[in-house]
Design a protein around this ligand. Structure first.
Ligand code: GAL
Length: 415
């Protein structure tokens, strides 16, 4: 892999009598990492690239889960001016690749042996038509419960392993005047909780109702039960949750104003950014009933096909993002684990080590699934149908039976 600076590239091409193609050794990067923990992780990426001579133009679009960023990206691409690189989740990578707008990263991927170190489940989204089109930087796990250790100890509680324990803990916290469950009211956050609830009912249900969007599974008793559990959770959320950002909900747990939050391990990034120790000050356990399985979402950097003059900078970025030392440092800040399987767990905290061990166990047992809420369960149009119904149910007094029927109809219509 060559790392040409602008001057070097121009000089070399000129020396061979080729037309001098001014290489722009800068990348414009669109992403949605704007919270404290996310910002710290972005800084790692930016500094790493700058140290390797590639400039960074920041294009941050706030909004957890990336919905706003994806809308902005669509607008830029429609105007014929996509950024050099963009953060993307699973099926979104596939969708942009299908449109023929992404560049090919095989040159770097082959030279650096990505195929040998990236799990198959992640490769499936990073590649399109057999070619690498996006570089995976992490594996997030969205189905965690984060709990304030002091609040739990003061109330004689330990991390819940069943829904009965979860709701018993919630009752105790409520009686003690603490908000039991901190939640943000945005469709992707409600869906993050719901998909974990579905998984807790059974991994088979997750596979059939979510990954396969099977109408029979969607109409099943298990899905109705999942809405019953969501309704119970709603009873322990404070009244001001509507529209709240996920990191503000995490902050409520950090401050001890709330006892627990169901959220992905980007919440761990907030814990670290607050100088607290995950697993010690803020406890991590998987959502009750989901032990043994692993939902994942991977953040990719996809490179738009924006011209030869920008290509070297794009390859530099892809190479930097995939280096083992970068993946270690970046994921220590981000809360996720590396997308490469050859990075040592040594420097990771208790929660990161658990995530790595659980991932290995779940993949060996065939219990690794893509997260629906985070773009790895269904393509965007179908994903939206699920999210609409989940959020409509959570924010109204809709019955579980009606929500089940609405889900079957919405998913069918979106197919
Ligand atoms: C996820 C993304 C994470 C993250 C979170 C909240 O979809 O994969 O990197 O930070 O959204 O913004």
């Amino acid at each position: 892999m060559r790392h040409f600076g602008t001057t070097t590239a121009v000089v070399c091409l000129a020396a061979f009598g080729l037309p001098a193609l001014a290489q722009t050794n800068e990348v414009e990067v669109m992403h949605w990492w704007t919270s404290g923990g996310e910002g710290a992780a972005v800084a790692v990426l930016k500094e790493d690239l700058e140290a390797k001579g590639t400039g960074w133009r920041d294009m941050a679009i706030a909004g957890g889960g990336g919905e706003a960023a994806m809308t902005a990206l669509r607008a830029r691409a429609t105007a014929g001016d996509p950024p050099t690189a963009a953060q993307m989740l699973g099926f979104t990578v596939t969708e942009w690749a299908q449109e023929g707008l992404l560049g090919n990263l095989n040159e770097v991927a082959e030279a650096e042996g990505w195929d040998a170190v990236v799990p198959e489940a992640v490769q499936r989204f990073g590649k399109y038509d057999g070619n690498w089109v996006a570089a995976p930087v992490n594996m997030h796990r969205p189905h965690w419960v984060w709990a304030n250790a002091k609040v739990f100890a003061d109330n004689g509680l330990t991390a819940p392993t069943t829904w009965d324990e979860f709701f018993a803990a919630a009752d105790k916290l409520q009686a003690a005047g603490i908000i039991p469950v901190a939640m943000g009211g945005q469709p992707w956050q409600e869906a993050t909780a719901w998909e974990a609830v579905v998984l807790s009912i059974s991994p088979e249900l997750y596979q059939k109702a979510i990954i396969e969007a099977d109408p029979e599974a969607l109409a099943s008793e298990g899905i109705t039960q999942s809405f019953d559990i969501m309704r119970r959770i709603r009873g322990y959320v404070d009244d001001n949750f509507a529209g709240r950002d996920w990191n503000l909900a995490t902050a409520m747990v950090i401050r001890g104003e709330a006892g627990m939050q169901i959220m992905g391990d980007w919440a761990k990034g907030e814990v670290i950014a607050a100088n607290l120790t995950p697993g010690v000050d803020i406890l991590c356990s998987v959502v009750p009933g989901t032990q043994g399985s692993f939902l994942f979402n991977t953040d990719f950097f996809a490179m738009f096909d924006v011209g030869e003059d920008k290509r070297q900078a794009q390859l530099n970025m892809a190479s930097a993002a995939m280096s083992p030392s970068f993946q270690e440092t970046f994921n220590l800040a981000k809360g996720s684990i590396p997308a490469r399987t050859d990075v040592s767990p040594d420097k990771f905290d208790e929660c990161g080590k658990k995530s790595m061990a659980d991932l290995a166990e779940a993949s060996a047992a065939g219990q690794l699934f893509g997260s629906l809420a985070h773009g790895h369960g269904q393509p965007p149009a179908i994903q939206r149908a699920y999210l609409d119904v989940v959020t409509q149910h959570f924010n109204s007094d809709m019955s579980s039976a009606d929500a089940t029927a609405a889900l079957v109809a919405a998913v069918e219509a979106a197919k």
